[in-house]
Design a protein around this ligand. Structure first.
Ligand SMILES: Cc1cc2nc3c(=O)[nH]c(=O)nc-3n(C[C@H](O)[C@H](O)[C@H](O)COP(=O)(O)O)c2cc1C
Length: 165
């Protein structure tokens, strides 16, 4: 799949089969993440990979999307490492670029994903579940991954013209 096709055909996938993601595949997703651009090349991100079903369930239960999140084969909690931050907006944007890279890499490998922002107020609870004690880490997103079950969401966008100034 070329890059344009990958970008244009990625959709959020909310529901996955039982098929696990192998370690090499997860590593590829993380390599894609850290290949993202970042302000001053500050690389202000940290990633916690969760494949343990019990932990996936505990984190999913903190979200209103719990029912389908539980079907994910893998969650990646993406953190902004404030100890490496020089500009909050730019560093948050860099984390967003890393998240998008992971999702596009996943799509190119036939793996579905969904960016979960709704769970951000549960930063402390998620840290407790994951035994993360570093207070410099601020949750930017939890991203779900897995082989898709059922239909991904449909393409809904306003017209291109509506965004042009
Ligand atoms: C910052 C951000 C936060 C999001 N949070 C959620 C979320 O909490 N739950 C969810 O189901 N989807 C979430 N999404 C996914 C969007 O709903 C989705 O990208 C949008 O509806 C467009 O659909 P598409 O990804 O299929 O193109 C989020 C996406 C972004 C970029």
């Amino acid at each position: 799949m070329n890059a344009i096709d990958c970008i244009m055909t990625r959709r959020s996938v909310r529901g996955y089969t039982d098929r696990p993601l192998d370690e090499d595949t997860i590593k590829t997703l993380l390599q894609a993440a850290i290949s993202a651009p970042s302000g001053r090349n500050g690389q202000p991100w940290k990633f916690k990979v969760v494949t343990d079903k019990e932990l996936i369930n505990k984190i999913s239960d903190l979200s209103r999307h719990g029912a389908w999140m539980r079907t994910a084969a893998c969650l990646v909690a993406v953190y902004l490492d404030k100890s490496r931050s020089y500009d909050r907006i730019k560093d948050a944007q860099s984390c967003g670029a890393a998240i998008q890279n992971m999702m596009l890499a996943a799509h190119s490998l036939g793996i579905g994903s969904c960016w979960i922002g709704e769970i951000l107020p549960k930063d402390d609870e998620i840290k407790a579940v994951l035994n993360i004690e570093n207070s410099d880490l601020e949750l930017m997103a939890v991203v779900t991954f897995g082989y898709g079950a059922g239909q991904p969401s449909s393409y809904i966008r306003n017209s291109l013209e509506s965004f042009l100034l």
